[in-house]
Design a protein around this ligand. Sequence first.
Ligand code: SF4
Length: 432
Amino acid sequence: MPELTLAEKLEILADGAKYDVSCASSGSSRRNRDGIGNAAQCGICHSWTADGRCVSLLKILLTNACIYDCAYCVNRRSNDTRRVILTPPEVAELTIGFYRRNAIEGLFLSTGVVKTPDHTMELLIEATRLLREEHRFNGYIHVKVVPGADLLLVERLGRLADRVSINMELPTREGLQLLAPDKSREAIVAPMRRVGELIVQTKEERKVSRKIPPFAPAGQSTQLIVGAAGESDLQIVTLAAGLYGRLAMKRVYYSAFIPVNRDERLPAVVGTPPLVREHRLYQADWLMRYYGFAAGELLNEERPNLDLSLDPKAGWALRNLHLFPVEVNRADYETLLRVPGIGVRSAQRIVRARRGGHLSLDDLPKLGVVMKRARYFVTARGRFAADLAPDAAGLRARLLEKTPARPRWNQPSLFEGGAAGIDLRSAITGEL
Ligand code: SF4
């Protein structure tokens, strides 16, 4: 078989990386000193595809070869695919080449497992080291950690990269055993825990001395596949809450299960992949990270799955109608955040604006409140905007009338966007 050119390898490896959605960058800020590139605050991914994937990182695999055979993975050992591997200098050369052509702002480097986890990690570390030390590349770098790798290698990688991520993929232990039997939960959690410890420890040490090198300053992230192993939303949301709370996780990404292999262990996907469910999980995740909701407020054993037709904040409000209406001139910030139609920015604006005098209902839209939702849940100067206060069933019917169209199914694409029927920012973040 003829030797592949670098461009041909790139095509194969970029295609193999497209199912990994955990590539959004955020939170890394580092000025360029004597190299090239800057890692900007709030991340370098300012462009998003319509299906919510970022496009300004070079997103590739080091190799699509893998010694493992995860049922859901396009790169698994048993698939009859052409396998290629980049050398660390080739990864560095490609990244610098794209950066100089202004096509990318950073690198997202994932990989299959070649030979052993440690060997693969050595290659990732060398590629990252070459970029940082030889090419003086100061741009954003996000690298995958290989489950089961030596924790000292994990530490070396975290000293070079802005963000590291270890994909958990399957939310339950049973799911992992069934679909990815070569990987153990412990092999995934141990590096996550070590990364979490080093992030916290390094932040503390750098408060004392800035000479201590940073460790994964943009934090760690992970990805969960949604709908591959029969897990409930309660299991997913509880797991995510634990990852945020205990392992210093910056982001959990949710990826609707897309069948790419024929395998009797996998569920049949009738119609489109569970993209609406993925979107609802992003919304629940957003509520936990920014709105002060606990996982148990959103789901429980009696109600283990999110309502696909209604966003989880509206669902919570309908179950707690005794807490409404909220008077916008008196409610504290945390209470305002729980009102459907009021987001972080509009809650902040309300708190600021009411210092200058009592707000009226007419003021609320100017402050960013979405009145078509909030009208049923707020009063201003004691006045209620809705013509009547319906019961939960009536209110639900009214809110459903306002629900935007379902997102259309789009294959994740590195370079192309497609139209989706939902707000793009909301699609990827779940912001409500
Ligand atoms: S270890 Fe990763 S690359 Fe290898 S088969 Fe599993 S999911 Fe795919």
